[in-house]
Design a protein around this ligand. Structure first.
Ligand SMILES: [Zn+2]
Length: 344
């Protein structure tokens, strides 16, 4: 056994715009101190071809901002900022590297007047990481749906790397699909992504206490309907991460209901990523999976077509190898049964 310190998921950091930045950082980024078996290497797990669809890196500038605010950074700097180092410790063959540039356009998190430029700079950092290791790293650039000209930012990045993906964080953007303006903005971005054959990773949960089934219906019926075919990935099994939650159940049940009734708008590919829903260890505010959680998750894995499930670790929360081990035991997930994404 080794004692390891980890940084809590960026999902949590970026999920509470309405909460003061200090408390968000302190509460959500306290290092986890835990006992875990040493991470097995990828070869022993038969993970030579594992694709991790949810990995984060930070530019040195953003990491410094967090350090200046007293965020407890638990890994060495290079584990956040250096793509070669990250690839060497993950245990995944290829990754989708997700920008967190929307940190800079969130008034609750960043107050500088240069937020829009900083978002672009963070995207440029992710694009450079990919350019360094194009065979293993696909960049996902971040936009804030409520910022000025999000489509322009995607197009700018696409001129640098046409194979990019896009990350949208409804929690940071405070995206309420009950608002016609928000539906219009999301639909505009998704339409453009679909036309360019660009996958979109959506952190769908907007932190509203009532988030759930109704939001999913609005997404299908008022946003996706009649759009060209789109690859839409819902992060954290459709919710916010932290653990398998009632919101996960709302979204997954809504999806399964609609699928059963043949009411999913045609042509789109829905994929649900596993990141940050399974904790094997105690953390502040984040309990490990209970035996009931394990049972419930297993029931869902039996109920859904495994071809809609994709593997993601939300690194630096876990390395790919560590999280794969948790999914295999105690959850008993056969990684080979999941939808296999490959580096394109
Ligand atoms: Zn994430």
């Amino acid at each position: 056994m080794q004692v390891s310190k980890r940084l809590v998921s960026f999902s949590f950091l970026l999920s509470a715009k309405s909460v003061g930045i200090t408390s968000v950082l302190l509460i959500l980024l306290c290092p986890l101190i835990s006992c875990t078996p040493e991470a097995p290497n990828s070869h022993r797990l038969g993970m030579e071809k594992l694709h991790d669809c949810h990995v984060h890196a930070l530019s040195p500038e953003l990491l410094q901002i967090w350090r200046n605010r007293g965020v407890p950074i638990s890994r060495p700097s290079s584990h956040y900022t250096d793509i070669d180092t990250i690839l060497s410790i993950l245990g995944a063959q290829s990754i989708d590297l997700i920008s967190v540039g929307y940190f800079f356009t969130s008034p609750g998190m960043y107050s500088g007047a240069d937020g829009r430029e900083r978002l672009s700079a963070e995207n440029d950092f992710i694009l450079r990481c990919s350019a360094r290791r194009p065979e293993r790293v696909r960049p996902f650039v971040a936009i804030d749906l409520l910022m000025e000209d999000p489509v322009g930012e995607i197009e700018r990045c696409r001129r640098i790397n046409p194979k990019l993906g896009v990350k949208i964080h409804a929690g940071v953007s405070r995206l309420f699909l009950s608002e016609p303006e928000h539906r219009y903005r999301l639909r505009t971005v998704l339409d453009q992504a679909a036309q360019a054959n660009t996958p979109v990773l959506l952190h769908f949960d907007n932190q509203d206490p009532n988030f759930g089934r109704r939001d999913f219906s609005l997404l299908l019926d008022s946003v996706l309907v009649d759009l060209p075919p789109l690859e839409l990935r819902l992060a954290h099994l459709g919710s916010r991460g932290g653990r398998f939650s009632p919101q996960n159940l709302e979204v997954l049940n809504a999806f399964l209901d609609r699928q059963r009734r043949g009411k999913i708008p045609e042509g789109h590919q829905f994929l649900f990523d596993f990141s940050a829903v399974a904790f094997q260890e105690n953390a502040e505010d984040i309990p490990p999976l209970t035996p009931q959680d394990v049972t419930l998750l297993n029931e869902y894995f039996q109920a859904v077509d495994p071809d809609i499930l994709i593997f993601g670790s939300d690194y630096p929360l876990y390395t790919s190898a560590e999280y794969a081990r948790i999914l295999m035991n105690p959850l008993g997930i056969d990684l080979n049964a999941l939808h296999q994404l490959t580096q394109k």
